[in-house]
Design a protein around this ligand. Structure first.
Ligand SMILES: NC(=O)c1ccc[n+]([C@@H]2O[C@H](COP(=O)([O-])OP(=O)(O)OC[C@H]3O[C@@H](n4cnc5c(N)ncnc54)[C@H](O)[C@@H]3O)[C@@H](O)[C@H]2O)c1
Length: 342
């Protein structure tokens, strides 16, 4: 049994991460601002092995880290568009916030810190089958913040404070805090709701994909692995057979939702294209993905059919939701009178 701090516990990966860790008998502290709603994780409240810390990684009192064995770092502005809203905010949360927690974790004797980096650190990859030793070319504020954290974490790494960097492929699949800003998820939702699939940027771009539950599996494998296999190591997380061009994804969606029409939108300025090699995690840790994109499309379609998933839930659209929060915050400040709105 480990005592684990999960930052970003209320997020797309975070809620399922906490649930999986609890099912394996671990103790969890779930730290998050819960920007997407505490209701997404509320179902775990009855479990005596989880405690909820509704706080901000930039400011939280870090004393609780003295009782923690492992940190799983999932917090932050989690896509390119959200990270562009205010570049300084991205530095403060994604970079400085993460390093603040990591430094405190090291001081308090936490043994292992597993960081959720991204395949986007490779940018517009000059070659296919990019490995962990290939040069990085981050193109966006988001990807730059991931590289900055990776670099600083490596400086903190030593034999008592083991750093593991996981560069996740683009994630898909059903989760309590659903994200409709991720390629497979949004294609499926639009095909189901509007009978349309939009392929942006011509569809030639390569992306690696991985199911949300397979990401969780990789984190837990790295948490359980002996030091000599993972300490100070970086792993691409995904599988070689799940590198796809965006145009190929549309066909998978149409196979499950046949009444949808594919539209190609050629003028999107997204230059990111990367195709990854996942041999290291497979060879070092015996990691194998359990899910494929067809599984993800089917589970999302089924959840939409059953009404479990609301396609217009505004919290599923990361950028728009953050922008709304900022807008409301501004309006509330303007309207406040003696601490009240009305
Ligand atoms: N989803 C993907 O495709 C993908 C791919 C590669 C890497 N990642 C990374 O994995 C991690 C988890 O991604 P996700 O898809 O679950 O994103 P998410 O947006 O659903 O979750 C991030 C969580 O961080 C919380 N958060 C943001 N700022 C905070 C702050 N200042 N203090 C405390 N909590 C804060 C949010 O409330 C949210 O619940 C992120 O680091 C993301 O960059 C995600």
């Amino acid at each position: 049994m480990n005592r684990i701090l999960v930052t970003g516990a209320g997020g797309y990966v975070g809620v399922l991460m906490c649930e999986t860790l609890l099912n394996k008998g671990h103790q969890v502290i779930a730290l998050d601002r819960y920007f997407f709603g505490y209701d997404k994780i509320k179902q775990l409240e009855g479990n005596p092995n989880i405690s909820f810390l509704k706080d901000d990684l930039r400011y939280v009192n870090t004393d609780f880290l003295k009782n923690i064995d492992v940190v799983i770092d999932l917090a932050g502005l989690s896509n390119d568009a959200s990270a562009e809203i205010d570049p300084q905010l991205t530095v403060d949360i994604n970079h400085k916030g993460a390093i603040r927690i990591a430094k405190a974790a090291k001081e308090y004797g936490v043994k292992r810190y597993i960081y959720s980096s991204s395949a986007s650190v490779y940018g517009a990859g000059a070659k296919t089958s990019l490995t962990e030793t290939d040069p990085l070319a981050p193109l966006t504020q988001y990807a730059k913040s991931k590289v900055a954290v990776e670099d600083d974490l490596k400086l903190l790494h030593d034999k008592n404070f083991e750093i593991v960097l996981l560069r996740n492929a683009t994630i898909y699949g059903l989760a309590p805090r659903m994200r409709f800003d991720l390629a497979i998820n949004i294609m499926t939702m639009r095909a189901w709701k509007e009978h349309n699939i939009y392929i942006m940027g011509g569809g030639e771009q390569w992306r690696p994909f991985v199911h949300v539950r397979d990401v969780i599996k990789a984190f837990i494998l790295c948490m359980d692995a002996p030091s000599e296999k993972v300490a100070g190591e970086t792993f691409n997380v995904g599988s070689n057979d799940q590198n796809f061009q965006i145009k190929q994804l549309a066909q998978y969606v149409v196979n499950v939702i046949p009444n949808a029409t594919i539209h190609r939108i050629p003028d999107d300025a997204d230059n990111r294209s990367y195709n990854l090699n996942f041999d290291k995690i497979s060879n070092t840790l015996g990691y194998k993905t359990e899910f494929n994109i067809n599984d993800g499309i089917i589970e999302i379609k089924n959840a939409l059919d059953k009404g479990i998933l609301d396609p217009v839930d505004p919290t599923c659209y990361t950028l728009q939701w953050y922008k709304s929060l900022m807008d409301w915050s501004k309006r509330i400040k303007e309207l406040s009178y003696n601490g009240e709105i009305i």
